[in-house]
Design a protein around this ligand. Sequence first.
Ligand code: NAD
Ligand code: LMR
Length: 325
Amino acid sequence: MKVAVLGASGQIGQPLSLLLKTSSLVTELRLYDVVHAVGVATDLNHIDTPAKVSGYLPVDNGLEKALSGAELVIIPAGIARKPGMTRDDLFNTNANVIANLLDGVAKFCPEAFVCIITNPVNSTVPIAAEALKRYGVFNPRRLFGVTTLDVVRASTFVAHTLERPNPQEFKIPVVGGHSGATILPLISQSQPPVQLTKEQLDSVTYRVQFGGDEIVKSKAGAGSATTCMAYAGFRFAQAIMKARKGETGIIEPTYVYLPGVPGGEDVAKALDVSYFAVPVELGKEGAMKAYPVGPLSDYEQDLLKTAISELKGNIAKGEAHMKAP
Ligand code: NAD
Ligand code: LMR
């Protein structure tokens, strides 16, 4: 597949591009950034894997060159948090970054699968949808907010709590949005099932919801999650690429516009929210089916109410930004 990474010189962009360069599913890798993208591409091109890497800056129609013919576009462009900031504090800068980049997607590769990593994901995905709608090319089955890091964290923190050696042993859906209380790990649906004390459940749930803060604090001003995000972003990109190639049975939680995905309209009605991360079956044409959140424990029901109410505000803020004159 021809893959474009927008924001490729950043702290997520570089390790994510490295992982994509090692993938046998990637034939061409186009790197775009406002700085350093040509150098990053030259560096990656010394690696002995088949993917051909090219780098582009805004000069000489770089965005057009990076996007023309791209089948998958992954976007970690924009600013990241520093201690004391919420993801919503990134809104003003990143809303415009996403709107401008999606303008390019609409013009140069309107049929591409688009994965948004840039925060605040709860709002940047609605912004991306509105940008694509301006050109009449919004396909909800091909626009994804990447929430895989929350899924990775849920498995990791459960395994650490239970002192199990391999976190990947636990498959735990995480639904909702991607910030604080909007993130809802469904520990009650863990496969295999797990028994946690109330204290352990509170602690794991809190760490999944606020794991981002843990890293921001620990990095003390040097940024937020980067390498674990590159891992998670690559895992989601691989799922999309495998599904596009025809592999079946791939289901990943991701933040989508529910009414536009088969099965999603009923989920949106039941939850009374338009954008939400749910387990989504991926296929050749993108999102093939959105699954309901399934049976929730009383504990999760309470968290769901808070998640939806906060998420609605984030969605409305993104949509309003694009409708403002
Ligand atoms: P970073 O500052 O290291 O990198 C961002 C890159 O984007 C920089 O290279 C910058 O030059 C580039 N950029 C800025 N404006 C651009 C534009 N208009 N066009 C192209 N490139 C542009 O930041 P980072 O640590 O890589 O984080 C990137 C984003 O990812 C942040 O918004 C962060 O909050 C978000 N993030 C999301 C998740 C998630 O789970 N979805 C996890 C971690 C981080
Ligand atoms: C995360 O979950 O780690 C990311 O969204 C980055 C952040 O700002 O916390």
